[in-house]
Design a protein. Structure first.
Length: 270
């Protein structure tokens, strides 16, 4: 078993929520007849302190998306324990927001109405939430598209709307499962910078799943490197790059060296 603590990006951290602790977690998916279908994760232990930006990177089938869903309470572990702030994760939580690769916007609802959906689900005051929603749309550059429908938005705009929907309930933890994977390279870079700006302003704990080593290093304080057969943590690589970050940082020797370190753990540096 490999146990690694992901330390805080700043002394004191974010007091809005506690640490995320994954202890000896395994996940086996079975068929309805009980036969083992796949061992997605085996004996994974990772601690993430508040306010950090952490990336999970690895090949398809390494269990990074499964681990994200376990942390979010969307599925249950076969064995092991997951806690947030010392409390067991027993299901979806209001203090954890989740963003997937596809924006999943309802086509019959405007951008504003799509962003307000969690307010309706949790039974919060809609009148108060509308003002906050408009502030968030300004934050992500969609203030002039509040009345537009998803079909009228570009892919990047749809993802900004999906991010706004997560932010509207102000969760201290945000889980992101390849949210920009379907975007073109230029839009993806803009979304990465936008995400970093929002994170710097609000200080959430963010766990970001990606197949891109470059993206993982550019965004994160630390990169959790995962391997397959079964899914497991190979190592955690510190990212010794200053913040705030810009695209120009990718030209630095430190960035190249960190990307190479991750590649070595994945066996793709040769």
């Amino acid at each position: 078993m490999l146990r690694t603590e992901v330390r805080n990006r700043a002394s004191g951290g974010d007091a809005r929520t506690g640490a995320i602790e994954v202890e000896n977690v395994s996940k086996v998916f079975r068929t309805r007849l009980g036969a083992v279908a796949v061992e997605a994760l085996r004996d994974v232990s990772v601690d993430i302190l508040p306010g950090q930006f952490v990336s999970f990177v690895g090949p398809s089938g390494c269990g990074k998306s499964t681990l994200l869903k376990l942390i979010g309470g969307l599925i249950e572990p076969t064995s092991g324990r997951l806690t947030v702030g010392g409390l067991d994760v027993g299901g979806p939580r209001r203090d954890i927001g989740v963003m997937f690769q596809t924006p999943v916007l309802f086509p019959w609802r405007t951008v504003l109405e799509n962003v307000l959906l969690p307010i309706e689900v949790f039974g919060l005051d809609r009148r108060i939430a509308i003002e906050k929603t408009r502030d968030i749309l300004r934050l992500v550059g969609l203030e002039d598209r509040a009345g537009a429908y998803p079909r009228e938005l570009s892919g990047g705009m749809q993802q900004r709307a999906a991010l706004s929907r997560v932010l509207v309930i102000d969760p201290p933890i945000i889980l992101m499962d390849e949210p920009f994977g379907a975007l073109d390279e230029f839009t993806r870079e803009r979304m990465n910078l936008e995400l970093l700006r929002i994170w710097q302003e609000h200080g959430q704990t963010i766990i970001f799943v990606t197949h891109s080593i470059v993206e993982a290093v550019f965004l994160a304080d630390r990169v959790v490197v995962m391997g397959t057969a079964p899914g497991r943590v190979l190592s955690i690589v510190d990212v010794p790059l200053p913040r705030p970050r810009s695209i120009e940082l990718m030209k630095s020797p430190e960035f190249a060296a960190t990307v190479f370190d991750v590649r070595e753990y994945l066996g793709v540096a040769r």
